[in-house]
Unconditional design. Structure first.
Length: 336
């Protein structure tokens, strides 16, 4: 029996969801949804399925097994809750939600059961991320003593002008941290451990005329196991440099620079290559969306929640919102 799928939100990131569903054996795209008539018409023509301007109308009409939510951030939680309450399984793009309150609402809806939900932190499926997590979990490298990460990317005013919600607190819930660096924030806390305290700052250094949110941020975090991590990210770089992530243990240093290098204290060096994607702009987003989506579909009949759940995704949202609380105490809509 085939698994039916629908995509809600037909903007930039929806492309990887469409392509992933098309490659899945036993899955079929049956509908698309977008409030923008032009994007909706383009998706209908490209995939040969009916389109809807309202997600509730889509659910009622075609009753999909799985819905992929690729909307602006401020719509993630509301649409996901609507789906879960109607027994529809959900894959929602990051972040979990644009506010802590909406994130908590989605966590509670997911815990009520009845449908399965995944949050797209697909970089956890990278070969390098999986290798790092396995090495650290086994404990053979000793305790983690510290970590650091950087995201040195570039975005233009035109990038924000093409999707105005991205540069606003109301639409995006934040800037760099919520839209670009959140994947690295997630990896840092997943690999090193839950963050129990964080101090930092977010600011706008480069794109102030185009956005009201931050384009640069830094923080120092204390993790549950006693390790400390340092983080820096900016969109003011002159090019999109590879994300860096270093984890120091008692017996080795794990350095992610595209591929993963593990330098042991006895001088041995191991290399874990990252999977390579296709050419073009979308390959820059990584190669693991397809793996996450395929894994989610394979686990639809499992009794347990999907492992990258709303409760798991809430961890990075709380870290980011705490940085906003410290940086913008006067902006209640930024820190909520």
């Amino acid at each position: 029996m085939r698994t039916t799928a629908a995509v809600i939100g037909c903007g930039d990131v929806s492309t990887v969801h469409f392509e992933a569903v098309a490659k899945l054996d036993g899955a079929a795209l049956v509908a698309v949804c977008d409030t923008d008539p032009q994007r909706l018409a383009s998706a209908m023509a490209a995939w040969g399925v009916p389109g809807y301007a309202d997600h509730l109308a889509l659910i009622e009409a075609v009753k999909p097994d799985v819905v992929h939510i690729c909307t602006p951030h401020d719509q993630h939680a509301a649409v996901a809750v609507d789906c879960l309450e109607r027994g529809v399984n959900v894959i929602v793009e990051k972040p979990l939600a644009h506010t802590l309150a909406e994130g908590r609402r989605l966590v509670e809806a997911a815990s009520a059961g009845g449908a399965k939900i995944a949050v797209c932190f697909q970089n956890r499926y990278n070969a390098t991320s999986q290798a790092m997590h396995a090495l650290l979990s086994r404990g053979e490298l000793g305790a983690v003593t510290g970590a650091s990460a950087t995201v040195m990317w570039q975005r233009s005013a035109e990038y924000y002008q093409s999707r105005p919600w991205r540069g606003t607190w109301a639409g995006g819930g934040g800037g760099l941290l919520m839209n670009q660096a959140i994947h690295t924030v997630d990896l840092l806390q997943w690999l090193v451990g839950d963050v129990v305290a964080v101090t930092g700052n977010a600011s706008t250094r480069f794109l102030g005329e185009a956005i009201e949110v931050e384009d640069t941020a830094e923080f120092v975090a204390e993790h549950a196991g006693g390790a400390r991590s340092a983080f820096y990210a900016t969109l003011a770089n002159s090019f999109n440099a590879p994300v860096t992530l270093d984890v120091v243990t008692e017996k080795a240093v794990l350095s992610l620079r595209g591929d993963l290098t593990v330098t042991h204290s006895d001088g041995r060096v191991d290399l874990v290559p990252e999977r390579t994607g296709g050419s073009g702009a979308r390959s820059y987003w990584g190669v693991s969306h397809e793996l996450l989506i395929s894994d989610f579909y394979a686990r639809l009949d499992d009794a347990d929640p999907f492992w990258i759940s709303p409760a798991e995704a809430e961890k990075s949202l709380r870290i980011i919102k705490e940085i906003y609380r410290q940086s913008y105490p006067e902006l209640t809509h930024a820190v909520s």
